[in-house]
Design a binder for this molecule. Structure first.
Ligand SMILES: [Ca+2]
Length: 245
């Protein structure tokens, strides 16, 4: 009986050992199994992109440069004020046109035209506005058609050629020229003339070395006080002529 028990224990022990051995083998096998190699996905060869031949860009046709037609310069001795644009510091209302006063009469080619149907006396600054300041600046500005070489300017007091009373031209004024309308150069100056007080309508004639400009300005710096106090200090002129050199 004792031998039987020993034999059974030995059998159980053997079985246990066999089982353990089996487990160890299984574990080892699992360890040594070659890991499944997953193939790296084979990238499908992408075809080299076929370049679409690009056409050489057709150059945009460049328009032939349009050169500004240059105007022929005015002939020497031409009064270029006649075709110039005119601006003034002040003027009267349209009611005064019937008496021959308007901005446009400063360069209309007429002096003192008393034609009752179409009078042309000249340009006057605003009447009855400046009653106390003889040094208030007033001006008339000519913009010539093009850059022009000029060498003579004539300023006509109202009443030329026959004085007909007060002409009210300014006592002091400058003639200025400019190429750009910003920087002006004085080319002539009259100080304290007595034409107005003397009722003398003799024109002021300025001759100078030729200068090329686009703008010509008469700047009155001292005004004459007209006899009628209510009218105040005025600048009145019949005509201004600007001559091409
Ligand atoms: Ca005139």
């Amino acid at each position: 009986m004792k031998n039987y028990r020993i034999a059974r224990k030995a059998a159980v022990l053997t079985l246990v050992m066999v089982l353990l051995a089996a487990m160890v083998l299984t574990a080892c096998k699992a360890k040594t199994e070659t890991p499944v190699v997953t193939e790296a996905p084979t990238e499908e060869p992408t075809e080299a992109p076929t370049e679409v031949p690009t056409k050489a860009p057709t150059p945009a046709p460049t328009a032939a440069p349009t050169e500004k037609p240059t105007k022929a310069p005015p002939a020497s001795g031409t009064n270029v004020a006649l075709k110039a644009d005119v601006e003034v510091s002040s003027t009267t209302g349209l009611t005064h046109v019937q008496w021959g006063w308007d901005v446009g009469y400063i360069n209309d080619g007429r002096y003192y035209d008393v034609d009752p149907d179409d009078p042309s006396v000249g340009w006057t600054t605003a009447v009855g506005v400046n009653t106390d300041d003889p040094e208030q600046e007033e001006w008339v500005l000519f913009t010539l058609e093009q850059d022009t070489s000029i060498n003579k300017i004539i300023v006509y007091p109202v009443g030329y050629p026959n004085a007909t009373g007060g002409n009210f031209c300014p006592e002091s004024f400058k003639i200025e020229v400019s190429a750009d309308g910003k920087e002006y150069t004085t080319i002539a100056e009259v100080v304290d003339n007595t034409r107005a007080a003397d009722k003398d309508s003799t024109p002021f004639t300025f001759e100078f070395d030729a200068v090329t400009c686009r703008y010509v300005r008469l700047l009155a710096t001292k005004l004459y006080r007209v006899p009628s106090p209510a009218d105040g200090y005025l600048c009145q002129l019949a005509e201004i002529e600007i001559y091409a050199a």
